[in-house]
Design a protein around this ligand. Sequence first.
Ligand code: ADP
Length: 513
Amino acid sequence: MKPEDPSVFYESLFDNMLDGLAYCQMIFDMQGNLIDWIHLRVNKNYENLTGLKNVTGKKISEIIPGIRASNPELFEIYGRLYLTGKSKRFEIYVKPLSMWFLVSAYSPQKGFFVAVLQNITDRKQIEEDLENARTAAKNVFEDLQVEKEALDNTKAKDEAILSGIGEGLVAVDKEGNILFISKAFEALTGWGEKEIAGKRMVEVVPQEDEAGNLVPPQERAITQALVGTTTTSSSSSSWYYIRKDKTRFPASGIVTPVTLDGKIIGAVEVFRDITKEKEIDRMKTEFLALASHQLRTPLSGIKWFVETLDRKILGTVNQKQQEYLDQIYQLNERALKIVFDMLNALRIEGGDVAMKTEAISLARLARDVSLATAPVAEQRGVRLHADVKNLATTVVETDAEMLRSILETFIVNAINYSERGQDIFFDVTEETGSVVFSVKDSGIGIPNDEQGRIFEKFYRASNAKKFKPDGTGLGLYVASMLAEKIGAKILLESEPGKGSIFYLRVPKLKSTT
Ligand code: ADP
């Protein structure tokens, strides 16, 4: 064999080329339609790529019996090659093989054609799945937007109605007997003032807990206010009041003792019906569940396919195309983070998070939270000062994971709502039986009339929405649920335009100082 012999060169080229190659003779019917072809010669990769074996000398109709029915266009294209003598490049899905091919075909002489093919099934699959995942995610986002707007509207309407009704108000003397009630009290409980004046409030309007158990009179907030164990008693959790007709409604309110010359002479209770709020809360939970569960799969799908696509096209795309792909990836990561936050809120709300108490030193805690929030701080050009040296050896016994999570939420918020170059201070002070953490920023602050609402699910203050459009309003909601779990209290001081301080008072079960 002489290496300079061109035919030897071609032989080895055919067999070593990555594409599949087939040289075929066409068979026509009487009307001149192409109805079959015989494989005169194929290279090794033709068989590898198609998975077909021993094809040389055989007709396509023998090798792939259903091909005329599944791919009539293939017969048309090859048939036209014969007539026009032109070459043709096309993509085709061959159903009997479940494969996509990119084919370049031409006819070197009448009645014959050469087809060079690549198997592009993987690429097609990725493109198709990516497109499906993208469409699915887009649809869900659109649905969610509509749903959220409906929720906001319902809430606004309900709020107007609620404020129109006013609140139930009852004043009692030092024995707990009813002195007077408001019109709204009558409307809420069904009792008229004349019927109940002089009777004991705790008997006239029984109270039940969430589970439907009667709250004993001595445990009622109004009784406790009269004996001086509480000055004001508000309830973040709600209870139920029983109406005159024995039906019940969820209520929430505040009791204040009335004092004269330092002596308690009675008490006032203000309460309202929170049926609508409970309903809205339920709708929000439903929305959370719908959003997070529906989005998780397509978004994880997009992530996977973008990563795969990125690997497959490495080095074959220009800089702009690579930038677009990176953008898709980053945006998708952000959406995944939102979904993660939603799922986390659901999980905690569902109550299936057990407390794990452990002893943790403040030094360790400060280090953990600074490390965890450092990347966000750096990215936004904000400096975090977490100096707890004076109390470094103090130990708190609590669920460290939950505590860290609350403090990290405060710090990340402080970072997010500060201007570039500003400072944030994380600090701890000690009180009897508890430690108080504080996170102080000099950022945008919170409008006074919105400070009471920022712990609600999805609530974002008007200035925060303008300053940083992409928040979820879930961080503080989750933080407040966690705080309740570990028996901690959140307090807030904030002035719009000046900054905010978030405090967390945590009971310290054990101290080594
Ligand atoms: P998100 O930050 O995703 O909006 P959060 O539940 O963590 O959700 O916070 C709820 C809202 O509370 C924010 O949208 C913002 O209006 C307000 N907020 C929280 N922390 C701060 C802060 N440090 N400074 C100003 N506003 C804050």
